[in-house]
Design a protein around this ligand. Structure first.
Ligand SMILES: *Cc1c(COP(=O)(O)O)cnc(C)c1O
Length: 374
């Protein structure tokens, strides 16, 4: 057996869409990019979408558009992939870690409040494992303190907060299309927004800060002319990748439904196991289940991890608290303490969860874990 914790699903229709683009005139900056953006924007209910080369680029672009500069503080979660905080550093801002809640594993609005200073500029809320953050509370705090809200929804394509899809609720929301996420483009990312000013900034940032738009340029010297207005990057995504994205979007609802049913089966099987804490399911939210994360007793976690791997089940740990990485420790975050995050980091374990996880494979995962715990 070789069962990863996450894996893409690609079918013949996906392959055909990519091949069609390879035979077309545009390999990049063509119609597939626009169509992919439209498809995601329509799905999440956002006015605008900007596709970029990966989720980290999407976070960088969002921080840039949010005008994060040297001296600005941005509050985010420590129980996340480092990119959620690195993007703040890219803009020379300072990440400030608010602790998470022990039941949702998401940023605690009360701790966000405590971490606000006159320098705070924005909040990056990470929907851990697909479970939506408490957005009403976060938006209320943001409004009171004039902060921007960016959602890191790398885990939450297809999730719903109080009946609304994640992707249209805040100033900006970012998605990732890495192969372990809900849909994939190989590498890819996107920012969705309802704000036209932010949208224009994101477009500039993706393409070196260059424009050909007359209304933005300081002069016009002829048909060849363009101007670089900002220091942007090449964060473009290719039409080859976006063709795959368009095709994958058609299957997203099926992907999410399968993840939910796998999660429900895990929940049912583990509910009464003494050594396992199952993930919370909230009534007012719907997780699209990027990860299925359990808690096991801290002294047993390593042994469980290793024995699962020996059985060919590649369970994982999401995540090492960001501020504990040597880079952060050596760059001013040595004294950060988030007790709930550290408590959970010692206990969490991500079990295999992906579209093609067959019943017999899931049964094997369940059986193996129960045997190790016995
Ligand atoms: C995957 C991920 C990212 C980064 O996305 P990439 O496409 O890999 O750059 C950012 N934040 C979180 C929470 C992620 O899981």
């Amino acid at each position: 057996m070789n069962i990863p914790y996450g894996k893409q699903y690609i079918d013949e229709e996906d392959i055909q869409m990519v091949v069609d683009v390879l035979r077309s005139d545009y390999l990049t900056t063509g119609p597939a990019v626009h169509d992919f953006e439209q498809s995601v924007a329509a799905y999440v209910g956002a006015k605008y979408a900007v596709a970029v080369s990966n989720g980290t680029a999407a976070l960088h672009a969002a921080c840039y558009a949010a005008n994060i500069r040297e001296g600005d503080e941005v509050i985010t979660s420590p129980l996340t992939f480092a990119a959620s905080a690195n993007c703040i550093l890219y803009c020379k801002g300072t990440p400030v870690f608010a602790d998470i809640k022990k039941d949702t594993y998401n940023i605690d609005p009360e701790d966000v409040k405590r971490k606000i200073t006159p320098k705070t500029k924005a909040i990056i809320a990470v929907h851990y494992a697909g479970q939506p953050c408490e957005m009403d509370e976060i938006h209320a705090i943001a409004k009171d303190n004039h902060l921007l809200v960016i959602e890191d929804a790398a885990h939450a394509l297809g999730s719903k907060y109080k009946g609304k899809k994640i992707g249209s609720l805040s100033d900006m929301t970012i998605f990732s299309f890495h192969p372990v996420k809900h849909i994939t483009t190989g590498e890819g990312g996107m920012i969705t927004t309802n704000n036209e000013t932010l949208y224009r900034k994101l477009l500039l940032f993706r393409n070196h800060g260059i424009t050909r738009d007359d209304s933005l340029m300081t002069r016009h010297e002829g048909g060849w002319y363009y101007q670089q207005l900002e220091l942007g990057f090449n964060y473009r995504i290719s039409d080859i990748q976006c063709a795959l994205g368009i095709s994958q979007m058609k299957k997203l609802e099926r992907f999410v439904a399968k993840r939910r049913s796998l999660a429900e089966k895990y929940n049912a099987e583990f509910e009464n196991i003494h050594d396992i804490v199952c993930p919370l399911q909230k009534d007012d939210c719907m997780s699209s289940w990027h990860l299925y994360v359990i808690q096991v007793p801290a002294p047993k976690r390593r042994k469980i991890y290793e024995e699962m791997h020996e059985a060919g089940i590649r369970v994982n740990v999401h995540y090492i608290p960001v501020y504990q990485h040597p880079y952060y420790q050596e760059n001013g975050f040595k004294y950060v303490k988030c007790p709930n995050t550290e408590f959970l980091y010692e206990r969490i374990l991500s079990l295999p969860l992906y579209y093609q996880l067959e019943d017999n494979m899931q049964d094997f995962v369940i059986k193996t874990l129960k045997k190790i715990l016995r």
